[in-house]
Write a protein that binds this ligand. Structure first.
Ligand code: GLP
Length: 241
């Protein structure tokens, strides 16, 4: 895994946004794998600026998201579908028909997982952006998820529910389940970039990069990816040296 340590969040965001820019300039029809969470917001802000300044266009880009909460409608302000519109899609020239995210309110979650897994087979990601959970999760693949997993419904761990509760009014409002792209599907992206910022991620970053490759830290599987870059700010990288 290539590791880039930056001075701060803004520098981290700039490096990742430039990786997206290069990918789309090289292939205007690129498929991007996108993540939610607070970490990629700075990168998305820069992408909106690149688009506004006509440095890039999303007109032919496809975007495939990692995960969605079970039970939240796409118009719920806490849904990841809403997050993507608010932080990126509404301000770039992407075609809504080319954006994909699991449907957390599908009548049959099993059918929805199968539909999404099939979709992922037709949309191989040229670049997959990943955040990192404090417990080493990627997407919503919690510790001990098998590395050969495909899209599935997950029971979120108490840690993840507590971490994500900062974005909700109260911890009791955080959904306890989600649909997530599986680890084997994440690993099929041609290129992966994983971002982490802040000291709260330092232990997970260490386990991802220096730790044993184990399902106990899902992100450690990225050590096996042939083209993976970790872009970290100084605080997230603090335990590496
Ligand atoms: C959620 C998302 C992950 C994300 C993680 C970290 O659990 N499912 O994809 O990486 O949060 O979030 P943050 O970037 O806010 O720390």
């Amino acid at each position: 895994m290539r590791v880039i340590v930056t001075e701060n969040y803004d520098e981290m965001s700039k490096i990742v946004a430039e990786m997206v820019l290069t990918t789309v300039q090289a292939n205007p029809r690129a498929t991007l794998g996108l993540a939610t969470g607070s970490t990629p917001i700075g990168c998305y802000k820069l992408l909106k600026e690149f688009c506004r300044d006509k440095k890039m266009s999303f007109a032919k880009v496809s975007a495939v998201n990692l995960d969605e909460y079970v039970g939240l409608d796409k118009d719920d302000v806490q849904s990841y579908a809403y997050f993507m519109r608010r932080h990126l899609f509404d301000d770039v020239d992407i075609d809504g028909d080319n954006t994909f995210i699991p449907n957390g309110t599908a009548a049959s979650l099993a059918d929805e997982c199968e539909r999404y897994a099939n979709l992922l087979q037709s949309y191989r990601r040229d670049l997959q952006i990943l955040g990192l959970g404090g417990n080493g999760h990627i997407g919503f693949n919690e510790p001990n998820t098998p590395f050969d997993s495909v899209t599935h419904v997950v029971d979120l761990t108490p840690n993840t529910i507590a971490d994500n509760s900062r974005l909700f009014g109260d911890v009791s409002e955080v959904p306890t389940r989600a649909i997530t792209m599986g680890i084997s599907e994440i690993m099929k992206a041609k290129k992966v970039v994983v971002l982490a910022s802040g000291s709260g991620k330092a232990r997970a970053v260490y386990n991802m990069i220096r730790g044993e490759i184990t399902a106990a830290c899902p992100a450690s599987v990225l050590q096996r990816h042939p083209d993976c870059t970790a872009v970290l700010d100084k605080s997230a990288a603090a335990l590496l040296n």
